[in-house]
Design a protein around this ligand. Structure first.
Ligand SMILES: [Zn+2]
Length: 78
């Protein structure tokens, strides 16, 4: 059971990373999370993806905290 898009957005993630369910393929892509409402779980949409590289049905969906999100902490600046 994974978190919902609402919870994900509360934590500052604005996108999702979609990984192919077949680890031997390893294809991944990044998408904006804007199209999914707050009450949808990340696990709810996993079965709806088909890998564009190998055709495998299903995917692993994870929050993308780097996409349009919080600024990366600066290092060594001033
Ligand atoms: Zn694949």
């Amino acid at each position: 059971m994974k978190i919902t898009f609402g919870e994900m957005r509360e934590k500052g993630a604005r996108g999702v990373l979609i990984y192919c369910a077949d680890y031997r393929c390893g294809h991944s892509t990044a998408l904006s999370a804007n199209r999914w409402p707050d009450d949808v779980r990340l696990s709810d949409i996993e079965r709806r993806f088909i890998c564009t590289a190998c055709g495998e049905l299903g995917a692993d969906v994870r929050p993308d905290f780097n996409r349009d999100g919080l600024p990366t902490p600066a290092m060594g600046y001033r």
